[in-house]
Design a protein around this ligand. Structure first.
Ligand SMILES: Nc1nc2c(ncn2[C@@H]2O[C@H](COP(=O)(O)OP(=O)(O)OP(=O)(O)O)[C@@H](O)[C@H]2O)c(=O)[nH]1
Ligand SMILES: C=C(OP(=O)(O)O)C(=O)O
Length: 213
Protein backbone atom coordinates (compact mmCIF):
# COMPACT_ATOMS: atom_id res chain seq x y z
CA UNK A 1 0.00 0.00 0.00
CA UNK A 2 1.23 3.53 -0.83
CA UNK A 3 1.64 5.54 2.35
CA UNK A 4 -0.48 8.63 2.84
CA UNK A 5 -3.62 10.07 1.33
CA UNK A 6 -4.07 12.40 -1.63
CA UNK A 7 -6.88 14.86 -0.99
CA UNK A 8 -9.16 16.84 -3.28
CA UNK A 9 -10.58 20.14 -1.98
CA UNK A 10 -13.49 21.61 -4.00
CA UNK A 11 -14.33 25.29 -4.25
CA UNK A 12 -16.91 26.84 -6.51
CA UNK A 13 -16.86 30.27 -8.14
CA UNK A 14 -16.05 32.71 -5.37
CA UNK A 15 -19.08 34.91 -5.97
CA UNK A 16 -21.35 31.86 -5.51
CA UNK A 17 -19.43 30.15 -2.67
CA UNK A 18 -20.45 30.25 1.01
CA UNK A 19 -23.73 32.01 0.32
CA UNK A 20 -24.90 31.37 3.91
CA UNK A 21 -21.97 33.50 5.11
CA UNK A 22 -23.06 36.51 3.08
CA UNK A 23 -23.51 39.49 5.37
CA UNK A 24 -20.85 38.39 7.85
CA UNK A 25 -18.49 40.86 6.17
CA UNK A 26 -19.04 43.72 3.68
CA UNK A 27 -20.16 42.38 0.30
CA UNK A 28 -16.93 43.34 -1.50
CA UNK A 29 -14.93 41.31 1.08
CA UNK A 30 -16.92 38.09 0.72
CA UNK A 31 -14.60 36.48 -1.83
CA UNK A 32 -11.59 37.27 0.39
CA UNK A 33 -13.29 35.56 3.33
CA UNK A 34 -13.95 32.44 1.22
CA UNK A 35 -10.29 32.46 0.16
CA UNK A 36 -9.11 32.85 3.76
CA UNK A 37 -11.16 29.80 4.83
CA UNK A 38 -9.67 27.81 1.95
CA UNK A 39 -6.13 28.96 2.62
CA UNK A 40 -6.23 27.98 6.31
CA UNK A 41 -7.78 24.61 5.43
CA UNK A 42 -5.23 23.62 2.82
CA UNK A 43 -2.27 25.03 4.76
CA UNK A 44 -3.16 22.74 7.66
CA UNK A 45 -3.92 19.80 5.36
CA UNK A 46 -0.67 19.89 3.42
CA UNK A 47 1.34 19.95 6.64
CA UNK A 48 -0.48 16.95 8.11
CA UNK A 49 1.55 13.77 8.39
CA UNK A 50 -0.24 11.23 6.25
CA UNK A 51 -1.24 13.74 3.58
CA UNK A 52 0.79 13.48 0.40
CA UNK A 53 -0.87 15.78 -2.11
CA UNK A 54 -3.64 18.33 -1.92
CA UNK A 55 -5.44 19.23 -5.14
CA UNK A 56 -7.91 22.11 -5.15
CA UNK A 57 -10.56 21.89 -7.88
CA UNK A 58 -11.85 25.41 -8.50
CA UNK A 59 -13.83 27.51 -10.95
CA UNK A 60 -12.19 30.89 -10.43
CA UNK A 61 -8.85 32.35 -11.50
CA UNK A 62 -8.40 34.04 -8.12
CA UNK A 63 -8.00 30.64 -6.44
CA UNK A 64 -4.76 29.38 -8.07
CA UNK A 65 -3.27 32.85 -7.54
CA UNK A 66 -4.11 32.76 -3.83
CA UNK A 67 -2.58 29.29 -3.44
CA UNK A 68 0.81 30.11 -4.96
CA UNK A 69 3.61 29.08 -2.64
CA UNK A 70 1.46 26.85 -0.42
CA UNK A 71 2.63 23.55 -1.90
CA UNK A 72 -0.93 22.74 -2.88
CA UNK A 73 -1.90 21.95 -6.50
CA UNK A 74 -4.85 23.58 -8.18
CA UNK A 75 -6.88 22.97 -11.32
CA UNK A 76 -9.44 25.39 -12.69
CA UNK A 77 -12.17 23.15 -14.12
CA UNK A 78 -15.30 25.00 -15.07
CA UNK A 79 -18.34 23.25 -16.47
CA UNK A 80 -18.24 20.13 -14.32
CA UNK A 81 -21.81 19.31 -13.29
CA UNK A 82 -21.65 20.01 -9.55
CA UNK A 83 -19.76 19.17 -6.39
CA UNK A 84 -19.60 15.37 -6.64
CA UNK A 85 -18.52 15.55 -10.29
CA UNK A 86 -15.75 18.01 -9.35
CA UNK A 87 -14.60 15.70 -6.55
CA UNK A 88 -14.68 12.60 -8.71
CA UNK A 89 -12.72 14.42 -11.42
CA UNK A 90 -10.02 15.52 -8.96
CA UNK A 91 -9.84 12.14 -7.25
CA UNK A 92 -9.43 10.28 -10.56
CA UNK A 93 -6.52 12.54 -11.47
CA UNK A 94 -4.83 11.64 -8.15
CA UNK A 95 -5.72 7.93 -8.00
CA UNK A 96 -2.97 5.29 -8.23
CA UNK A 97 -3.37 1.50 -8.05
CA UNK A 98 -2.68 1.32 -4.31
CA UNK A 99 -2.94 4.92 -3.09
CA UNK A 100 -5.71 6.44 -0.97
CA UNK A 101 -7.70 9.33 -2.40
CA UNK A 102 -9.98 11.52 -0.33
CA UNK A 103 -12.09 14.67 -0.28
CA UNK A 104 -11.69 17.43 2.29
CA UNK A 105 -14.10 20.34 2.65
CA UNK A 106 -12.71 23.83 1.93
CA UNK A 107 -14.20 25.51 4.99
CA UNK A 108 -12.26 24.14 7.97
CA UNK A 109 -10.35 27.25 9.15
CA UNK A 110 -9.59 25.81 12.62
CA UNK A 111 -8.20 22.55 11.22
CA UNK A 112 -5.22 21.19 13.12
CA UNK A 113 -2.89 18.93 11.14
CA UNK A 114 -2.81 16.41 14.01
CA UNK A 115 -6.58 15.95 13.85
CA UNK A 116 -6.44 15.17 10.13
CA UNK A 117 -3.49 12.83 10.63
CA UNK A 118 -5.37 11.01 13.38
CA UNK A 119 -8.50 10.57 11.26
CA UNK A 120 -6.48 9.13 8.37
CA UNK A 121 -4.70 6.76 10.74
CA UNK A 122 -8.03 5.72 12.28
CA UNK A 123 -9.37 4.84 8.83
CA UNK A 124 -6.48 2.35 8.57
CA UNK A 125 -7.07 1.70 4.88
CA UNK A 126 -10.86 1.39 5.14
CA UNK A 127 -13.34 3.58 3.28
CA UNK A 128 -14.11 6.23 5.91
CA UNK A 129 -15.80 9.58 6.55
CA UNK A 130 -15.73 12.25 9.23
CA UNK A 131 -19.08 13.87 10.08
CA UNK A 132 -19.41 17.60 10.66
CA UNK A 133 -20.24 19.07 14.09
CA UNK A 134 -23.97 18.57 13.56
CA UNK A 135 -23.43 14.95 12.48
CA UNK A 136 -25.31 15.32 9.18
CA UNK A 137 -22.68 16.58 6.75
CA UNK A 138 -19.23 15.26 5.85
CA UNK A 139 -15.93 17.08 6.24
CA UNK A 140 -13.59 14.29 5.09
CA UNK A 141 -14.15 11.23 2.91
CA UNK A 142 -11.43 8.64 2.33
CA UNK A 143 -11.62 5.86 -0.25
CA UNK A 144 -10.11 2.45 0.34
CA UNK A 145 -6.61 2.15 -1.19
CA UNK A 146 -6.79 1.97 -4.98
CA UNK A 147 -10.58 2.49 -5.00
CA UNK A 148 -12.43 5.39 -6.63
CA UNK A 149 -13.78 8.11 -4.32
CA UNK A 150 -17.49 7.58 -5.04
CA UNK A 151 -18.50 10.84 -3.31
CA UNK A 152 -22.04 11.48 -2.02
CA UNK A 153 -21.69 15.05 -0.75
CA UNK A 154 -24.77 17.22 -0.35
CA UNK A 155 -27.60 17.33 2.22
CA UNK A 156 -27.45 14.30 4.54
CA UNK A 157 -24.07 13.22 3.21
CA UNK A 158 -22.92 11.62 6.47
CA UNK A 159 -25.72 9.03 6.25
CA UNK A 160 -25.16 8.70 2.50
CA UNK A 161 -21.47 7.96 3.02
CA UNK A 162 -22.22 5.49 5.83
CA UNK A 163 -24.62 3.74 3.44
CA UNK A 164 -21.75 3.23 0.98
CA UNK A 165 -19.90 1.24 3.66
CA UNK A 166 -17.67 4.05 4.94
CA UNK A 167 -16.75 3.87 8.63
CA UNK A 168 -17.00 6.94 10.87
CA UNK A 169 -13.65 8.44 11.91
CA UNK A 170 -12.56 11.63 13.66
CA UNK A 171 -15.53 11.75 16.03
CA UNK A 172 -13.32 13.19 18.78
CA UNK A 173 -11.42 15.58 16.47
CA UNK A 174 -13.28 18.92 16.77
CA UNK A 175 -11.12 20.93 14.39
CA UNK A 176 -11.83 18.44 11.58
CA UNK A 177 -15.57 18.54 12.31
CA UNK A 178 -15.91 22.32 12.46
CA UNK A 179 -16.96 23.37 8.96
CA UNK A 180 -18.03 26.97 8.59
CA UNK A 181 -21.32 27.54 6.78
CA UNK A 182 -22.75 30.37 8.90
CA UNK A 183 -21.56 33.25 11.06
CA UNK A 184 -22.35 31.15 14.15
CA UNK A 185 -20.05 28.40 12.82
CA UNK A 186 -17.34 31.04 12.44
CA UNK A 187 -17.74 31.84 16.15
CA UNK A 188 -17.34 28.15 17.07
CA UNK A 189 -14.25 27.87 14.84
CA UNK A 190 -12.84 31.01 16.49
CA UNK A 191 -13.19 29.36 19.90
CA UNK A 192 -11.19 26.37 18.63
CA UNK A 193 -8.56 28.74 17.20
CA UNK A 194 -8.64 30.06 13.65
CA UNK A 195 -5.79 29.77 11.20
CA UNK A 196 -3.81 32.89 10.39
CA UNK A 197 -5.64 33.98 7.21
CA UNK A 198 -9.16 33.74 8.65
CA UNK A 199 -8.02 35.05 12.02
CA UNK A 200 -6.52 38.22 10.54
CA UNK A 201 -9.52 38.65 8.35
CA UNK A 202 -12.19 38.29 11.05
CA UNK A 203 -10.20 40.46 13.47
CA UNK A 204 -10.14 43.29 10.98
CA UNK A 205 -13.95 43.09 10.87
CA UNK A 206 -14.28 42.96 14.64
CA UNK A 207 -15.63 39.40 14.77
CA UNK A 208 -13.08 38.46 17.47
CA UNK A 209 -11.02 35.30 17.44
CA UNK A 210 -7.96 33.48 18.67
CA UNK A 211 -5.09 32.52 16.38
CA UNK A 212 -3.87 28.93 16.13
CA UNK A 213 -0.32 28.88 17.54
N1 LIG B 1 -15.19 22.92 -7.99
C1 LIG B 1 -16.45 22.89 -7.53
N2 LIG B 1 -16.68 23.06 -6.19
C2 LIG B 1 -17.96 23.04 -5.76
C3 LIG B 1 -19.05 22.87 -6.65
N3 LIG B 1 -20.21 22.90 -5.92
C4 LIG B 1 -19.84 23.11 -4.63
N4 LIG B 1 -18.49 23.21 -4.52
C5 LIG B 1 -17.71 23.42 -3.29
O1 LIG B 1 -18.00 22.32 -2.41
C6 LIG B 1 -18.11 22.74 -1.06
C7 LIG B 1 -19.51 22.43 -0.51
O2 LIG B 1 -20.45 23.06 -1.35
P1 LIG B 1 -21.86 23.69 -0.88
O3 LIG B 1 -22.24 23.18 0.45
O4 LIG B 1 -22.78 23.52 -2.04
O5 LIG B 1 -21.59 25.25 -0.83
P2 LIG B 1 -20.84 26.20 0.16
O6 LIG B 1 -20.04 27.15 -0.68
O7 LIG B 1 -20.08 25.44 1.20
O8 LIG B 1 -21.97 27.00 0.92
P3 LIG B 1 -23.42 27.60 0.54
O9 LIG B 1 -23.29 28.46 -0.66
O10 LIG B 1 -23.79 28.40 1.75
O11 LIG B 1 -24.33 26.41 0.30
C8 LIG B 1 -17.77 24.22 -1.06
O12 LIG B 1 -16.38 24.38 -0.85
C9 LIG B 1 -18.12 24.64 -2.47
O13 LIG B 1 -17.42 25.81 -2.85
C10 LIG B 1 -18.78 22.69 -8.06
O14 LIG B 1 -19.66 22.52 -8.89
N5 LIG B 1 -17.47 22.72 -8.43
C1 LIG C 1 -21.91 19.59 0.98
C2 LIG C 1 -21.73 19.38 2.27
O1 LIG C 1 -21.39 20.35 3.17
P1 LIG C 1 -21.89 21.82 3.47
O2 LIG C 1 -23.31 21.91 2.96
O3 LIG C 1 -21.75 21.95 4.93
O4 LIG C 1 -20.95 22.71 2.73
C3 LIG C 1 -21.74 18.04 2.89
O5 LIG C 1 -21.52 17.96 4.11
O6 LIG C 1 -21.97 17.05 2.18
Amino acid sequence: MDRGADLVVPIKRLDRAKSRLRGAVPVDEHAELVLALLLDTVTAAISAEGVRRVLVVCEDERVPAALLGTGVDCVDERGLPGLNAALAFGAESLRTPAGTVGALQADLPALRPADLTAAIAEAAGRRAYCADRQGTGTTLLLAAPGAPLNPRFGPGSAAAHAATGAVLVGAARPSLRCDVDTEDDLGVAAELGLGVATGKFTRSFGLGCTITP
